[in-house]
Design a protein around this ligand. Structure first.
Ligand code: KIV
Length: 264
């Protein structure tokens, strides 16, 4: 049975955790999907993992459309989420046009990074049949505003603000919230505050779903390994086993463990 937004809502209602991973091509999307991963994200992280840039900013709409269409061909029933790249949703009009391209290429949902300024855009998209995931916390497209890749929402004022933004974006129509690099207690508060399924990366064990970058969880990313990453290929020599181990660990809530979590 294909995974839909309703499947993710059911996971949340039952208090069960679903697994998400990035993929960028047909071969890996088939493997990821067949391993039981519920959501495949064509992340603009491809700018870093595939293209070797030091940020996601150079990724273009044409590149995203190409990778979404590759992933859609390999997919075997996972929900396909596509990142809207840097400045592709700077205005409501550009968001509508660019989201339509990603949906035509095979996406089931688009993901946007930002806070309350996205409300009008999210309403416009969702009213026109484009499901939206709102990405809060460490939003990599804002790296130059943040001055680096840093944990967000550490003090109470910033935490309250993030909770408020999550609620506002849900009210504007967001179907899913994604939290990146936030303290686990804050992610738990947000997951309780909204009805929408909340996916976490570096956000502790209490979100409704977990996501990792595929190359990170296979241990093949060069450079510094972020705290929240676990190499699932370390304990097996089979990629398929590693993918299945990830799905199992997320479902059993043994991943993320304490060592993958930011406390405050
Ligand atoms: O681009 C990406 O891969 C992402 C994940 C890190 C959530 O946004």
């Amino acid at each position: 049975m294909a995974v839909t937004i309703n499947t993710l809502r059911e996971f949340k209602q039952k208090g069960e955790a679903f697994a998400a991973l990035t993929s960028y091509d047909a071969t890996f999307s088939q493997a990821v999907s067949e391993a039981g991963v519920h959501v495949i994200l064509i992340g603009d992280s491809l700018g870093m993992v595939l293209q070797g840039h030091d940020s996601t900013l150079p990724v273009t709409m044409d590149q995203m459309v190409y990778h979404v269409s590759c992933v859609a061909k390999g997919n075997r029933g996972s929900l396909i989420m596509a990142d809207m790249p840097f400045m592709s949703y700077g205005t409501v009009e550009s968001a509508l046009e660019n989201a339509a391209e990603l949906m035509r290429a095979g996406a089931h949902m688009v993901k946007l990074e930002g806070t309350d300024w996205m409300k009008e855009t999210i309403t416009a998209l969702t009213e026109r049949a484009v499901p939206v995931c709102a990405h809060l916390g460490l939003t990599p497209q804002f790296v130059n505003k943040f001055g680096g890749y840093k944990v967000q929402g550490r003090d109470e004022k910033a935490a309250e603000m993030m909770i408020e933004h999550a609620c506002e974006l849900e009210a504007a129509g967001a179907d899913v919230i994604l939290l990146e690099c936030v303290p686990a207690p804050l992610a738990a508060r947000i997951a309780q505050a909204v009805r929408a399924p909340v996916i976490g990366i570096g956000a502790g064990p209490d979100t409704d779903g977990q996501i990792l970058v595929l190359h990170d969880m296979l241990g093949i990313t060069s450079g510094r390994k972020p705290r929240f990453v676990k190499n699932f290929l370390a304990e097996t020599d089979s990629i398929q086993d590693a993918l299945q181990a990830y799905v199992k660990a997320v479902g059993e809530r043994t991943f993320p463990a304490e060592e993958h979590t930011f406390k405050a």
